[in-house]
Design a protein around this ligand. Structure first.
Ligand code: ATP
Length: 259
């Protein structure tokens, strides 16, 4: 299904790890401003695709266009400034630092300050630091975390840490946010909050969202479009209803053996 002027365009992407084919000619578009779910049984290739889009992995074949341009030559550290943010399945946080410091660390890559300017305490460094602190507090407020700003991460519940991961990814105001299993480990109330948060991210930041998720209820509720993978291949894409009723998707999940 081709979209006019998509934000992301995955074109015939294949990835091999030795003899393992993790992705096999996968193509789909992510329309601007949409929330898109990427589903598939264990080992389907979802994380591999995420890692290709965030440039942690190279592709063996195919192309990935972001805003109409190939990103395959962009180094991983440039992805945030290009407009691609991500959260990780296993939280990538510093347990001994405060909530605020964890967010600010994410922003230091966009600061101009170098070792020498820092050592000399130049006035513009202080301004830059102040501005980063204010932006960090803004995203913490957006995620309802401002009260925890000075608390150590290790002392906070898992659900709060998951929200912090999202806050940190939002600091760079990504055009595309890749969320890797945001629902993992959350309780019922936190799941409903997550649905509202994903919608607010799209509506208030204008961010397009691609989420990998095993929690089918959440994916089907929040996504406008769903792409289903199995054994590295795209099985189907379409509305949540289309995907839920698609015989190949049902078979991949239930293993009915019918074809
Ligand atoms: P899950 O839902 O369990 O996280 P997934 O859909 O994200 O699964 P991937 O993690 O992308 O699936 O894995 C796809 C295939 O590629 C699997 O067979 C996996 O073992 C393999 N694979 C993924 N990363 C690597 C790697 N770095 N080295 C070797 N094989 C890998």
């Amino acid at each position: 299904m081709l979209t006019a002027d998509p934000l992301l365009n995955v074109q015939d992407v294949s990835v091999h790890f030795g003899g393992i084919v993790a992705l096999d000619g996968v193509s789909f578009d992510i329309p601007r401003g949409q929330i898109v779910g990427l589903i598939g049984p264990n080992g389907a290739g979802k994380t591999t695709l995420f890692n290709c889009i965030s440039r942690l992995y190279n592709v063996n074949k195919g192309d990935i266009l972001f805003n109409g341009k190939s990103i395959l030559k962009s180094p991983v550290y440039k992805m945030s400034s290009l407009g691609v943010g991500r959260t990780f399945q296993n939280l990538a946080l510093f347990a001994n630092l405060t909530v605020l410091d964890n967010v600010m660390i994410g922003g230091h890559s966009t600061c101009k300050a170098d070792y020498l300017s820092n050592a000399l305490h130049l006035p513009w460094i202080k301004r830059e630091e102040k501005e980063l602190r204010a932006r960090s507090m803004d995203v913490l407020r957006f995620m309802g975390l401002e009260q925890t700003a000075l608390q150590r991460i290790g002392d906070l519940p898992f659900g709060v840490q998951k929200r912090l991961e999202i806050a940190r990814a939002l600091l760079s105001k990504p055009k595309l946010l890749l969320m890797d299993e945001p629902a993992g480990g959350l309780n019922h109330n936190e799941l409903s909050e997550l649905v509202a948060t994903i919608r607010r991210i799209r509506d208030e930041f204008g961010t397009t969202v691609l989420l990998v998720e095993h929690h089918m209820g959440l994916v089907m509720e929040v996504s406008e479009k769903v792409v289903a993978l199995s054994f590295g291949r795209k099985l189907a894409e379409g509305s949540p209803k289309t995907i839920q009723e698609h015989p190949d998707v049902i078979e991949a999940y239930l293993g009915t053996g019918k074809k």
